[in-house]
Every structure is written in C-alpha cells, then in structure tokens.
Design a protein around this ligand. Structure first.
Ligand code: 2IT
Length: 444
C-alpha cells in the first residue's frame, strides 16, 4: 500500500476535509506494516475501499421556531462500513458539524466498534442544529423534522443511531418516537433510549466508566495504581460526568472540568454533589462552567484549557483536537503519566507524536471511549431479547469488554523496547477484523 498516494488522491477528491483526512492518515500509517504482510488485502484493494463510506445521506431539515419563523438546517447520516454488523454510531448536533467531521467520526467508529467484540458496523450522523438556547418544543420539532427524512434509512438490523455531542436521552426520545410512528414498529432502532422504552442501565455512564476501566488497566500494566492520582478532565457533559464519577470511585482526584468558556481548578476534587452539579450545569444549556467556580469558590481560568495544570492523568472528554502539541508539552513538563482520550480524536497528531516519543502512556479514543458504543451494543442485545439486564450485569459486561480491548491493544501494540503503543495496537486490531470480514464477503 502506498499511503501517500492514497491520501493524495483523497485530498484531491475531498479537498478541505481536514478531520477526515487526519483520521485516515493516522489509521493507514499505523497499519501499514501489518497490511503489507497480507498481499490479499492489497489485491482486494481493502484500504481504498475502507476509506470511502458505503453511502452518505445529506438532507435539509426545515422546521418552525417558537417565534413562528422557518429555520433550515442540514442533516446527515454516513453509513461507512457494515462488514461486521449493522451500521452503528451516534448523532452529533452542533453548529460545527460538517461532512469532514462526520466522516472522521464514522471512520473512527468502524474500528472502535470492531474492537468492542460486538457485531456492529461504523456510521455517524448529525446536524449543524445548535441546541444551545433552544426551547424543549423547538428541540422536539427539530428532531421530528430530522426523522421524517432519515427514518427510511434506519432499522434494527440496518442502521442504529445513538447520541453524541448535543444529543442525549431527550433528543433520542423525540427521534425514536417519530421513527416508531413512521415505521409502524417498536424496535431498538436507537440506543441511549430512556429506561421506560428499551434503554439500558449504565448506558449514560458507560463512556466515562469504560474510559476509566481502560485507563486503570493501562496504569496497572505499567506498574502504577490509579488510587491517589490527580486527574485533569476537559468538558462537563455526559462523558466527563461518567469519567469523574468513576475516577472518584477508583480513588483518584479530579481537579478540573472545562467548557467553551474556560476551565475550573478544584484542588479539593470534583467529587460528591459537585459531580451531580455537572448535570445541572449541562441542563442549563448555557454551555459554560464558570458558575461552578462561583458556587464552590474555586478559581476559573477564562479562555484556557486544563492541560496547563500539573496532573498525573489527562482525560480529554470534550471534542476532537482539543489537546494540541503545546498542551502536550505542558503536560510532559509537568510529568504526566498517562493520557486517555475519552473524546473522539481528542489529541492532535503533534500531541500524540510527543507522547509516544517520550514514552508516556497514550490511549486513543477508539479504544478508551469504546465503552459507550459497547453498551449501546448491549442495549441492542437486550432489545432483541425483549428483556433488560440489571446494572450489575451490564457493568460486568462493560468491564469485560474494556479488558478485551486492552488485551488486543497490548497484543498488537507492544514495541521492541516494551512500550505499548496503544494507538497502533487499537488500529491494527480493529483493522484486521474489518479487513478479514470484507475479504470474506467479496467485492462490495
Ligand atoms: O462516539 C461514540 O462512540 C458515540 N457517540 C456512541 C455511539 C453509539 O452508537 O452508542
């Protein structure tokens, strides 16, 4: 495989799609050696076929706001690859959403889902709709208008969306409701549903919980205990909340959370009722963390990112490329031990290069945050069986899955000096599973 040639042709075909090209480059460059051991991959043009989505739906979403004005947003669903199972992946509602961002997320999702050991293909979708400042009725009307178009492309064995940034249980409920009405069937076509109509216990916490199970294993493998370690978390949404809760439970101390407005530093730890307060902050829909500083009398650093704080563990939990080379250098200077991406592609390539060069433990999002979609897979299983498991049962399965992902990363990522390159391990393990499935199913 000639990576540069392939990337160049993608750049020419998809100019300006920088996040998508970034994600493709990372995966291809880390699987190159393994790929070249398999002439059958090259012959079947697996790489060329893998980097293009199976199909992309783009549609307009017209809806009426509370003032009676017509609004028009863009809607997307990218069905990237279904070699190992039905298309599966979240929906993101955020003004930054565009094709490049959704294509990077869909591409990542293929390998992440493969790593979970569950039968799920890769997909992503969303809209440039901004839920910030919208009333509940507006959110409902938007979700309904979105589904009027999308429903025909979904199905419990075809394509199963879920939440992502800007899409939580409320939005999933409205979308699922409209799907059900149009499709005239009551199936698990969305995950992240409320408990009353097929949702799974632990799904809201799963991304953060799974992330901490993974980070704990990374530390243990290197002979460290998570107990007593300090943690910087970015974000204050669902993922950051689950991560903070589990970090506390495991005996670590979370000292930061952040929003688009800046970060707070709480030297006593974001714990107890302060973790619950994150939910209130998020529900206020103002997208700011400053009120935390005012409520608990801790410092707030306006317009800054939490990576300048001295911590043992850094956990990006907000969005892509939120930790750059400069941030990585700050963390290294402060003696960081472990970086776990709980957001998707949270670190820039420059940051990752620095961590790997300095032999700092670095876990990529597609492994570290796979607990979210894994628990979505468990929700699908429960829906298919028409029953629900207890929180303990789901949590035990989540734990098991995260351990299996960790083991795969170690198997394919250990380098000659003993350092575990989790990025390489995750990419190779996820890729091999998908590539073998594609090969077995012929040219499609
Ligand atoms: O990035 C992700 O893995 C998600 N937003 C969750 C996807 C899912 O289908 O649960």
């Amino acid at each position: 495989m000639n990576i540069e040639k392939l990337i160049q042709s993608l750049e020419a075909k998809h100019p300006g799609e920088k996040e998508y090209l970034q994600a493709v480059r990372e995966v291809l460059s880390t699987i190159e050696d393994e790929y070249n051991k398999h002439p059958e991959f090259e012959k079947a043009k697996i790489a060329e076929r893998l980097v293009e989505p199976d199909r992309i739906f783009t549609f307009k979403v017209p809806w009426v706001d509370d003032r009676g004005e017509v609004q028009v947003n863009l809607g997307y669903r990218i069905q990237f690859n279904n070699a190992i199972g039905p298309y599966k992946g979240g929906m993101r509602f955020h003004p930054s959403v565009n094709l490049s961002i959704l294509k990077f997320l869909g591409f990542e999702q293929i390998f992440k889902n493969a790593l979970t050991t569950l039968p799920m293909g890769g997909a992503k979708g969303g809209s440039d709709f901004n839920p910030r400042g919208k009333s509940d009725a507006e959110v409902m009307r938007f979700c309904q208008a979105f589904m009027v178009e999308l429903w025909r492309h979904l199905g419990p064995d075809t394509d199963v969306p879920a939440g992502d940034i800007g899409v939580g249980a409320r939005e999933v409920g409205y979308m699922y409701g409209m799907y059900k009405k149009l499709a005239r069937e009551n199936t698990g076509v969305f995950t992240g549903k409320n408990l009353e109509f097929g949702g799974s216990l632990i799904r809201p916490e799963a991304t953060g919980f799974g992330g901490l199970y993974f980070v704990k294993q990374m530390l243990e493998t290197a002979g460290h205990d998570i107990k007593g370690k300090t943690v910087a978390i970015s974000g204050f949404g669902n993922v950051a909340w689950g991560a903070a809760m589990k970090a506390n439970e495991l005996g670590a101390k979370v000292v930061t959370i952040s929003g688009p407005d800046g970060y707070i530093y709480d030297e006593n730890g974001v714990s107890g009722e302060k973790v619950d307060y994150m939910l209130e902050l998020r529900a206020s829909c103002n997208d700011v963390v400053r009120p935390y500083a005012e409520k608990y009398g801790v410092p707030f650093f306006e317009g800054r990112r939490p990576w300048e704080v001295k911590v043992d563990i850094a956990l990006p939990c907000a969005t892509q490329n939120e930790l750059n080379g400069e941030d990585a250098q700050h963390l290294l200077d402060n003696g960081v031990l472990c970086v776990g991406e709980i957001s998707n592609m949270g670190c820039t390539p420059e940051a990752i290069d620095l961590f790997i060069k300095h032999r700092v433990m670095y876990g990529p999002g597609k492994a570290v945050n796979a607990g979210g979609v894994a628990t979505s897979g468990l929700e699908m299983t429960q829906n298919a069986m028409h029953l629900s498991w207890t929180a303990e049962e789901v949590d035990a399965k989540l734990h098991q899955i995260m351990s299996a992902i960790h083991a795969q990363c170690v198997k394919y990522g250990r380098e000659a000096d003993g350092y575990i390159n989790y990025m390489k391990g995750a990419n190779v393990a996820g890729f091999l599973k998908v590539a073998k499935a594609m090969l077995a199913q012929g040219v499609l």
